[in-house]
Design a protein around this ligand. Structure first.
Ligand code: TYD
Ligand code: MG
Length: 451
């Protein structure tokens, strides 16, 4: 069949196709995202090669997926216990956050333990990579570098070399001959990733794809890649801090939302095995600081939430929150005013999670509220007390999951007390050597702590 080229406009955010240019994508709602692309329509249709037959679930054999260790404990844990053979793994993050550094360190370990590893870079020249490798003290003979951006040639090279692992740095720089548009466009990313996927699955070789995040916080062409790949990891962190957090947002081979904590040092990324200690290292019992325990994947991490409440000099009070959900904190402030009778109307309120961690759990509600009241009243919270619980609209404190995990971490770190929801207290099976106070409403909390 002769392939036909067709000019179409494609949304660079979600891949939606339109015969004419559109200002707003009807599918994902993105503005100004359409770019003209020449597409081979025969490619788009997909070819049926083999007819699949349904099989009984009982007859499906479980392949024991043996995992390869990356030699970096935190990375292994985020992956669910190491790299699964044949897995396609996407690592996204802002430029300069440390994606190349992390993978260079991991591939060096793997090259030492398992043999050949292929590191394909379309971004940096070989001498640039070598320079970085010197700094990281990397010298494995089995770590092979390839400077290439054509995906067909990358795969050809990999087929010939038979490495145990392939890294593509980055997916935005590779292109395939079969798509006509420019590298970095949605159709190029999708076609190239599809080819690498086929390679990974048919040879059982894991492939890491590095992806850059756009300003809006999504990997360019994100939705297309996120459902294609087996695992999606995001590397986050404030560049002002040395701490980096690697988070799994999707994982077909392990728990998602698991996090790994790293510190960027002069000699590359170092694992942080005890994150609670770090996030609390500078904690002092001053007003406006509350300690909470947040569950990330399979472990709990203790962190400090700070609030600053000051009288506003403007007609419109300022509300600025970092590391916590904006809507959620505004809701909590409203609950505090209405149910707790704390008058915050004329106050500027700032909330910050120390260390650059982003908390999405409602279990941190109680700590946020405690920090705000503490700053408002200029009264420090009791020292070495961890606070967690979800706050409802009527000011009630709701039970949260993972109580024992949170309390265990708190007692390990040396907390003396905990304030938790009554609902959790009643179901508590384990004994902890910390003093636990159960609260039912925010009024009760105010009563206990501040009066
Ligand atoms: P890099 O891995 O190049 O980021 P990405 O691939 O995500 O774009 O990281 C680059 C940053 O890390 C750069 O700002 C320098 C810093 N860095 C260190 O602080 N120490 C090191 O040992 C290395 C290799 C990099
Ligand atoms: Mg890089």
């Amino acid at each position: 069949m002769k392939s036909k080229l067709k000019r179409m406009f494609q949304c660079q955010s979600c891949g939606y196709l339109s015969p004419k240019w559109l200002g707003k994508c009807p599918d994902c709602g993105e503005w100004n995202s359409f770019v003209e692309e020449k597409l081979d329509i025969n490619l788009q249709k997909g070819k049926v090669t083999e007819i699949s037959k349904p099989v009984s679930i009982a007859s499906v054999e479980l392949s024991v997926s043996d995992r390869l260790s990356t030699g970096i404990g935190e990375l292994d844990r985020v992956l669910g216990g190491g790299v699964v053979r044949g897995a396609l793994i996407l690592i996204g993050g802002d430029p300069g956050i440390g994606k190349s550094t992390l993978l260079l360190q991991a591939t060096d370990n793997m090259a030492k333990n398992y043999g050949k590893v292929l590191y394909v870079s379309g971004e940096e020249s070989l001498s640039q990579i070598k320079l970085r490798a010197e700094r990281l003290n990397i010298s494995s003979e089995n770590l092979f570098l390839l400077s290439e951006t054509l995906v067909e040639r990358i795969i050809e090279c990999a087929e010939e070399q038979k490495p145990t692992l392939v890294v593509i740095d980055s997916i935005q720089t590779v292109y395939t001959e079969e798509a006509i548009s420019a590298p970095g466009s949605v159709s190029q990313i999708r076609e190239s990733a599809g080819k690498l996927m086929a390679f990974a699955k048919s040879y059982g070789v894991p492939v890491f794809l590095i992806g850059h995040v756009t300003k809006e916080g999504a990997i360019a062409g994100p939705r297309i890649l996120e459902h294609l790949v087996d695992t999606v990891l995001y590397f986050e962190g404030d560049r002002g801090y040395a701490y980096r957090i690697l988070r799994s947002v999707k994982n077909r081979f392990g728990p998602s939302n698991e996090i790994g904590v790293f510190e960027m040092t002069g000699a590359g990324l170092q694992e942080v095995e005890n994150p609670s200690k770090i996030f609390l290292s500078e904690h002092a019992a001053i007003s406006g600081a509350a300690i909470t325990s947040t569950v990330e994947g399979t472990r709990a991490i203790l962190t400090e939430i700070q609030a600053l409440v000051t009288p506003s000099n403007f007609g419109m009070p300022r509300r600025n929150f970092i590391g916590v959900d904006y809507q959620r904190v505004n809701l909590l402030i409203a609950v505090l005013e209405k149910r707790g009778r704390v008058n915050l109307a004329g106050a500027d309120i700032f909330v910050n999670v120390v260390g650059g961690l982003k908390i999405t759990e409602p279990a941190s509600d109680l700590a946020v509220i405690s920090a705000i009241i503490s700053s408002f009243r200029e009264t420090p919270l009791p020292p070495r007390v961890v606070i967690f619980g979800e706050v409802g609209l009527s000011g009630e404190i709701r039970a949260v999951s993972g109580t024992e995990l949170r309390l265990r971490e708190a007692s390990r770190i040396g907390m003396k007390g905990a304030i938790i929801p009554k609902g959790n207290f009643e179901g508590l099976k384990e004994k902890f050597n910390i003093e636990i106070t159960a609260v039912e409403s925010i009024n009760e909390l105010i009563e206990i702590i501040f009066n």
